[in-house]
Design a protein around this ligand. Sequence first.
Ligand SMILES: [Zn+2]
Length: 266
Amino acid sequence: MVKTNIPFYLSLAGIAGIVFFLALERVFPFRRMTLLPWQRWLINFSLSFCNLLIVDQGFVILLQRTSLFTELFHLDLFGRLGLNSFSRVILTIVILDLAMYVWHRLNHAIPFLWRFHRVHHSDREVDVTTASRFHFGEVTLGAMINYALMLSLGASIWEVRIFKVIFVFMTQLTHSNIRIAKPQEDIFWLVFVSPSMHRIHHSDIRCETDSNYGTIFSVWDRLFRTIVSGVNAKKLHFGLKEFEKPQELTWPRLITMPLKPVERKK
Ligand SMILES: [Zn+2]
């Protein structure tokens, strides 16, 4: 059986990534933060801690013990195709990243999913801690999809761990408030998602929010024509127009945000 609970060292790698990018944000900041960081950081980290407890330690273990779910999705495609270990690792990364692109698009397109995903988009600044700001409802549903895919592919625990490390690192990088020289970032953007590309996704203008969905590879946004570029990220307004007031962005309000009706402003 494939185990999906994040082991201790994977959590440590995530914490190390946050410390690393926070240090880079201090040395090479992209833009000056207008809000005091501590309040946002506390909220973002506490949401992340909640997810770690509820999803990684509870829900996924429960799912692993549910034989019906395992039997339904255990197709073991890699095993049937007889792929070598290198192809298996590459395919795991590419397929799971594509799945996350589709999942992210669905989170924007389906009002029920948007109720949860807007917690992530409600952050009025974007830095590495935004990469930890997700509602446990979204993370739970995402974990189910991830688990079903792992079973279908027959990916090993190590193949999935390699994907997870890269995925978490790229999520942290693309949310970081770091300045990268344009020529270098343009080259990076040819293959991978860059911080500039993802900042546009956090704009409070809806046509920009509904673009640049990728996490690791930029090819999915190019292929499915959801890429937006050429926006001056220094002038972007982050967050959501429908949740601008600080009193709407407290921890209890964020946890209960999915209960609020969906009303998206242009
Ligand atoms: Zn999004």
